[in-house]
Design a protein around this ligand. Sequence first.
Ligand SMILES: [Zn+2]
Length: 256
Amino acid sequence: MDDDNIQKAVRRAADIIAGSSRLVAFTGAGVSADSGIPTFRGPGGIWGSYDERHLELGFFMSRPETAWNTIRKIFYDYTLSVEPNDAHRILASWERSGRLGLVVTQNIDGLHGRAGSKAVAEFHGSCSELVCLACGGRVQATRELVAPSPPRCPCGGLYKPGFTFFGEGIPPEAYAASVDAAEEADACLIIGSTGTVYPAASIPRIVKRRGGLVVEVNPVPSEFTEAVSDAFVPLGAAEAMRRIDAALATRATERP
Ligand SMILES: [Zn+2]
């Protein structure tokens, strides 16, 4: 797509978003790529170098020291050292101005919250908290807390990251909030998700099935593009969001 056509897609995206009164955002790994968080699958993905079994609850319980060594390298070495990017920040500003109702995210990096978003459904939980498997206590994850292998709660219990392990269910509150928002939404903005991980990938499809419009931001076409997207902006998350936000601002001055 040449830049004229990209700009047409940006304007179409802005039209849909401006015309929406109940907008839900749906984000995946691509929204954090511009913050320097590597993707998990695909070429150069993290899983090429590590054993996925380390994120199964059974393995974690039987060999917490080994599992935590992997978890720290894969997650905390990145998430504690990166910052939100313009895509996270613009979504947070849209929430403050009332344009956006809820961010449903597949990401566990906590960057939407750090960018200032308050209404976030973390579909796969979050790195940001540690949960004690003995007393259920939750604490904010810090470098100091995740330094030992394995980290332990003051009660002596084992800390587990607050994200969903392989084989664990979706956190029920996040699931219910996401489905409710999707059923009520009149538009969905997909950013940086390839649409292959279920049940998360059903969220934009719920919006579409109920008559809503779908905007998709992804550098390359995804499972969503042909199936549900009414506007497809083929750019990285931060650049796309800066351009859509600028188009919304222009629109506002043109049509007072
Ligand atoms: Zn405890």
